[in-house]
Structure formats: C-alpha cells, structure tokens
Design a protein. Structure first.
Length: 206
C-alpha cells in the first residue's frame, strides 16, 4: 500500500448537477498552485475524464467497483497516485446510484467508503431555496458511514440566493457550505444525448 495521499470525492444527488465542471475547476485550481493532482472518475465514463486530464496534466483514471474487484481498483488507485500530492475523484450519477437499486455496488458512496475519502456534495440550487437543506440532510442521513465534508451550491441566481441556500444547507445539516457558483452559460460544458461533448470537439474549453 502506498503512503496515504490526500483525497476528496465530488458527488451530487443526480447527474447534470455540475459535478464535472466543478471537479475540473478544482483540479485546475490545485494544479495552478503547484500541486500534482491525480484525477479519477467513478464508473466507466470515457468523456468526463478527458476534461480532468486536461486540467491536471495527468491521465484521469476510472475507478469501477462493479467491473473490478476491490483489490484491483484499489491497486489501480494506489499505483496512479504515486508521485501525486492529492487525488480528486468525480462521482458517477447520484451519490448512491450504482449497478443495483438495493445495494451500493458500483456507486460513488461505495468508492468513497472504501477509500476512506471525504465527500463534497454539489447541490443544483437553480430551482430551489430552503428545500436545498432538506435534500442535503437526506443525502447525509441516508448512509451515516460516509464522511460528508460539506456542500457546494451550484447555479444560484444571485448573491442573495447563494447566501440563502448556503444558510439553509448549514442549518439543516450542521455541515459547511463551502460556497456557491453562479448560473452562467460560460461555466457549463455543452452536452448531447450521450453526455458531455468531448474535449476534442469542445475546443474553446481551456
């Protein structure tokens, strides 16, 4: 087992919440501070990792606990993080979504628990106010074994909306809302029927 590297999982209640944009931004910000960031993506996704590879300057690896047994994907994580200062892991779909409806197999939650990694949850607050607190609380209470580090509100409509949503989340969960991201087209990655448009076709994303 390699020396433990700092790690964080970025998750959300559902797909389309802004996980990839936020994850790529976080990776880029850490890299610009001189940190060697090893990016990962939960599941077999092959498009999202291209954005994280571009942001990190290191190849993004997939962590798939449904296709690979624990010893294999954990070995992959250890091998990929050699020489890295930290690992940033983007989840798949919703936090608890995986290969089954009645178990955590293949889910972001399973990966986070096996890696003993803190989880930051991205809440799409575009059409919510206080209900964001209820959603955050439900996600936190569903599995008490998870280390929920805090939340980020995405697609807020204004400064006051962001402050209100953050306050609602913190009041409901007792966890920190690290901040909020405004609803701006420039901060989104184009999508189509198979998900995000790959970096090779999205030349303006840098």
């Amino acid at each position: 087992m390699a020396d433990r590297v700092a790690r964080v999982v970025i998750a959300a209640p559902h797909s389309g919440s802004g996980k990839t944009t936020l994850t790529a931004g976080l990776i880029a910000a850490l890299s610009r501070r001189g940190l060697r960031v090893q990016p990962f993506k939960v599941g077999p996704d092959y498009i999202d990792p291209t954005y994280h590879t571009l942001a990190a300057g290191r190849t993004c690896r997939n962590l798939d606990s449904w296709i690979l047994h624990d010893d294999r994907w954990l070995e992959l994580f250890d091998r990929a993080t050699r020489g890295a200062d930290c690992a940033v892991i983007e989840g798949v779909m919703g936090l608890y979504d995986g290969a089954r409806y009645d178990a955590e197999t293949g889910s972001t939650a399973e990966i986070a628990k096996r890696l003993d990694a803190p989880v930051v949850i991205v809440i799409d607050a575009a059409k919510m106010a206080r209900s964001a607190g209820a959603m955050a609380l439900g996600l936190m209470m569903f599995d008490r074994e998870l280390q929920i580090a805090g939340f980020i509100a995405n697609r807020v409509g204004s400064e006051s909306h962001g402050r209100g949503v953050a306050a609602a989340i913190e009041a409901a969960t007792g966890k920190r809302c690290f901040g909020w991201i405004p609803r701006e087209a420039a901060l989104s990655i184009p999508e189509r029927h198979l998900g995000l448009i790959p970096t090779g076709e999205s030349g303006e994303w840098r």
